[in-house]
Unconditional design. Structure first.
Length: 250
């Protein structure tokens, strides 16, 4: 790992990575929930969508035709009404349905540009929504960006939990702190009686995964876009995400 030069710190106080061993576990949803909760508390917050080939952040915020603008050769993040700043590959494409068919080095270069060539201004927190897995972009983020620590997102399923170990080993290999594991889609709240329904067999599930605590357990969220539009979430979501914010001293 010697010889890796990190990119400059910019005016961003804390940079937090959100990663997963595999896709489909709701990593982007968790990134949004953390960022929204920080913004609600008054922190200047941004989301860097580092999943170049599968960007989800604009879709989650129901962005349709919005495009990033430039100012003095710098990209300007899209800013929501609550002050949250967003940069994503899908905010640069004319046709958001077209795939980005690039090799790893070019993908990693774009992620670096999202750091160096974006006018983020001064932020308290930047959340990096990383692509699933442990390939080029994840390595670029971990080695070359001044990331303070990671949350790893999983679902309480044996197969996914096994893959989490790869993400943990990768973080340990580059000496990057893992704040903890966030379980997503662990349960469902009945819309009629508000009873919590566990979706997986949790009887023998430990409170930690490979020596890292499960810091939050989130239910599935029907009609998620409705809550995003209102910047307001059910209490069960707020309570779990607040556990995450405590680890960030937020």
């Amino acid at each position: 790992m010697a010889g890796i030069e990190k990119l400059p710190k910019n005016n961003i106080h804390y940079t937090i990575g959100v990663m997963s061993g595999k896709g489909g576990v709701g990593k982007s949803t968790v990134s949004v929930l953390i960022a929204e909760a920080l913004a609600k508390k008054g922190f200047r917050t941004g989301i860097l969508d580092a999943d170049i080939t599968g960007p989800s952040i604009p879709k989650l915020f129901n962005m349709k035709n919005e495009k990033l603008l430039t100012n003095e050769n710098k990209l300007l993040p899209m800013e929501l009404d609550n002050g949250l700043k967003i940069v994503s590959m899908n905010l640069l494409l004319d046709n958001r349905d077209k795939p980005v068919i690039w090799r790893g080095p070019l993908l990693s270069s774009v992620v670096q540009q999202f750091w160096t060539e974006v006018d983020w201004g001064e932020l308290d927190y930047l959340i990096i929504d990383m692509p699933p897995g442990t390939a080029d972009i994840a390595l670029t983020v971990m080695q070359q960006m001044p990331v303070d620590g990671l949350f790893i997102v999983t679902t309480p399923h044996d197969l996914v939990s096994q893959i989490v170990k790869k993400s943990i080993f990768m973080a340990e290999e580059v000496n990057l702190p893992v704040y903890g594991i966030i379980e997503n889609m662990a349960s469902l709240v009945c819309p009629h009686c508000n009873e919590k329904i566990e979706l997986f067999d949790t009887e023998d599930r430990p409170d930690s995964v490979f020596d890292y605590d499960i810091v939050a357990s989130l239910p599935m969220i029907p009609k998620f876009s409705k809550f995003i539009e209102q910047h307001s979430y059910p209490d069960i979501i707020d309570n779990e995400i607040n556990k995450v914010l405590k680890l960030l001293n937020a």
